[in-house]
Design a protein around this ligand. Structure first.
Ligand code: SAM
Ligand code: DTB
Ligand code: SF4
Length: 334
């Protein structure tokens, strides 16, 4: 047990340990704890590390949809999958900023923009991305971009534009990765994370469960994330949205309690990170989502759609948060 971090007092010291040297066995042991014990440990860490617990509402928008040359088996935007959702022009700056303003008015605190690219290329689209980042920041929102791999120079320009966070997921364990994606290596993902970090942008990095992986794979993914130093500031935990036309279309939805276990374990491993309860909430149900909050989830994607698939309606989410007695990160000021 090492390094006691911010907010820690002598009373906290057995609860809050920030480590980057987790072994696979240790993570597996946490994931497999009796649920009540896992929840108890996660709550102790969560409430000690994050006093005044609030949930951040993050809204998503797909700026460039479909036509992606990568072969991610889960993704409806890949040209390798028959669900490829093309036929929509890329959004320009004005409508994106209008959507951001609308998201803010509905209560969002962070605005995340997605591009279905393997990597960022210099040119008009990248300049537009920078303008969107500046515009979202000018609205007083946190800005997040997810657009695939990037160069050091592009990361620096995004940082200069005021980008808060860059989302790039590890998706699954190194061991299961080859079953899911063949066109980009795990190592390339790690290198992208390094470039984002080096430019001073905060990291949003997580993964997906429900893609045919074992419990050991889930532990291995969490270990990869928790052994990044420092931990990603934001850790999205997605449940697969099985989209027709993808190779994973016939996979059964996960047992909602599996999501609770992932969130709780992520919270224990990464006490100060924002653990985002991400895609797949429509399949979770109200009670499992509330258990996820209890286990330490402190963000949700908020708005009627994710990138290309649906998300719970904002009114339903407002009711859920109220029923759970959860405070949100901010209330709109106008
Ligand atoms: N092209 C960029 C990339 O791959 O980094 C950005 C967009 S990509 C859609 C962002 C993330 O969304 C993926 O890394 C994956 O974790 C998640 N995602 C995509 N499709 C999903 C699905 N059907 N179910 C759950 N998560 C999904
Ligand atoms: C993340 O981990 N999940 C979000 C966000 N980061 C970009 C995306 C979920 C996408 C779900 C499938 C879709 O709507 O296309
Ligand atoms: Fe492309 Fe990203 Fe979808 Fe993979 S997840 S196919 S890189 S849009």
């Amino acid at each position: 047990m090492k390094v006691i971090k911010k907010n820690a007092s002598s009373n906290d010291s057995n609860l809050i340990v920030v480590r980057n040297d987790w072994t696979l066995n240790e993570v597996q042991d946490l994931l497999k704890l009796p649920l009540m014990d896992l929840l108890w440990q996660a709550q102790l860490v969560h409430r000690t590390a994050n006093p005044g617990y609030k949930v951040q509402l993050a809204s998503l928008l797909s700026v460039k949809t479909g036509g992606c040359e990568e072969d991610c088996a889960y993704c409806p935007q890949s040209i390798h999958n028959s669900s490829d959702v093309t036929g929509q022009p890329d959004l320009s700056i004005k409508p994106v900023l209008e959507k951001a303003k609308k998201a803010k008015d509905l209560g969002a605190h962070r605005f995340c923009m997605g591009w279905a690219w393997r990597e960022i290329r210099d040119g008009e689209s990248f300049e537009a991305m920078l303008s969107m980042v500046r515009g979202v920041r000018a609205l007083g929102l946190e800005a997040c971009v997810t657009a695939g791999m990037l160069t050091n120079e592009q990361a620096v320009r995004l940082a200069e534009a005021g980008l808060t966070a860059y989302n790039h997921n590890l998706d699954t364990s190194p061991e299961h990765y080859g079953e899911i994606i063949s066109t980009r290596t795990y190592q390339e993902r790690l290198e992208t994370l390094y470039k984002v970090r080096s430019a001073g942008i905060s990291l949003c990095c997580g993964g997906i469960i429900g893609m045919g992986e074992s419990t050991t794979d889930r532990a291995s993914l969490l270990r990869q994330l928790a052994n990044l130093s420092p931990h990603p500031e934001s850790v999205p935990i997605n449940a697969l949205v099985a989209v027709e036309g993808t190779p994973l279309e016939n996979l059964r939805s996960i047992d909602p309690l599996e999501m609770v276990r992932m969130v709780a374990t992520a919270r224990i491993l990464m006490p100060y990170s924002r653990v985002r309860l991400s895609a797949g909430r429509e399949q979770l149900g109200r009670e499992a989502q509330i258990l996820c909050f209890q286990a330490g989830a402190d963000s949700i994607f908020y708005g009627d759609s994710l990138l290309t698939t649906s998300n719970p309606q904002t009114e339903v989410d407002k009711e859920l948060l109220a029923q759970a007695g959860v405070q949100v990160e901010w209330e709109p000021d106008n």
